[in-house]
Design a protein around this ligand. Structure first.
Ligand code: ADP
Length: 311
């Protein structure tokens, strides 16, 4: 573990250096690529998404034993595109693939990188992928991949031209990756319409996986996971027996991230009560309903802040 920590530190430094150097070159500040040498999000920590989990888990073998692909006369995937609304578990899925393959996890937030480096982001992606190939077995996660369209930076005609260059650089790098290089690029977007079709061409991000909003049964699974995690962390029971029959209907259409926010708020209001010297009692279905109500009222504002503005 100590050795891993120092390796992770050194790798993080190298990535920061690359960005700092390119930042200087283009006269701009540095962005950040986060790296985890041993990510620890097992597929069992993800609720619902049965199909997506099964497909991604299947790709573990492409990282661990790509030779098996050869034995069956097919080539292992180089890239996956996860698409679906925000907060539905796309990052979790990418991390879970890295976890199950014991691969290094690189998290690149493209909205952030493109905002700073614009069309030159292509060069950065190439350099990072080169480092990743050298370091061995990896999942390179391109979060907010629709930002490659540069629509948030430039007016449409310029955006199209600049984005084409950027996408070409990424595509070129994907094409040059060896078939058995043990790297999988996982891109995520909630705007499939803004993705360049050349990126999903064969040999590139050619495995498309939908990550939909959770059905009620998946929402219940997510709630149970969040509950169990909080109780594990606290080392005691925190929740009363919950009547899902009354909680799930008003939660219709909420993502995993939103459910997690509701659970967090319910626990936090217990903290506040305890802080005021009251005995708060366990979290009940009624408490959750209150939080759902409160959250629905501010949801529009949260969305605007989180997804409506880029810089
Ligand atoms: P996305 O990448 O699709 O925007 P994330 O994977 O970052 O969403 O999810 C954000 C947070 O929401 C997670 O860290 C987790 O707490 C919660 N979450 C979202 N979807 C799920 C899910 N299917 N199962 C468990 N937790 C989830």
């Amino acid at each position: 573990p100590k050795e891993l920590a120092s390796r992770e530190w050194a790798l993080q430094r190298r990535l920061d250096d690359v960005l700092a150097k390119l930042g200087e070159k283009y006269g701009d500040l540095t962005g950040r690529v986060e790296v985890k040498i041993r990510p620890d999000v097992p597929f069992t920590h993800i609720g619902g998404l049965q199909e997506a989990k099964t497909t991604l888990q299947g790709f573990t073998v492409a990282l661990v034993n790509p030779e098996l692909y050869r034995q069956w006369g097919v080539t292992p995937p180089k890239g996956v595109l996860l698409y679906g609304p925000p907060g539905t578990g796309k990052s979790l899925l990418a991390k879970a693939l890295a976890t199950s393959a014991e691969a290094i996890f690189y998290h690149l937030k493209l909205m952030n990188l493109t905002s700073k480096f614009g069309p030159n982001t292509g060069e950065i992606l190439q350099e990072i992928l080169t480092i990743a190939v050298r370091e061995g077995r990896a999942v390179v996660f391109l979060d907010e991949a629709d930002a490659l369209a540069l629509e948030h930076l430039l007016p449409p005609p310029q955006a199209r031209e600049a984005s084409a260059r950027l996408v070409a650089a990424l595509a070129e790098k994907l094409d040059s990756l060896e078939e058995f290089s043990r790297i999988i690029v996982v891109a995520a977007t909630n705007r499939i319409d803004a993705m360049d079709s050349s990126l999903v061409a064969p040999g590139r991000l050619d495995r498309l996986i939908e990550v939909p909003l959770p059905e009620p049964s998946a929402q219940q699974e997510i709630l149970d996971l969040l509950k169990a995690r909080a109780e594990r962390d606290a080392g005691r029971r925190l929740f009363a027996d919950l009547d899902y029959g009354i909680i799930l209907p008003p939660m219709g259409g909420m993502s995993g991230a939103e459910i997690s926010e509701i659970v967090r708020r319910a626990l936090e209001s217990k903290v506040h009560k305890a802080g005021a010297g009251e005995d708060p009692g366990p979290v009940t279905a009624h408490d959750l309903l209150n939080e759902i109500d409160g959250y629905r009222r501010i949801r529009g504002v949260v969305d605007k802040i989180r997804y409506g503005q880029y810089l």
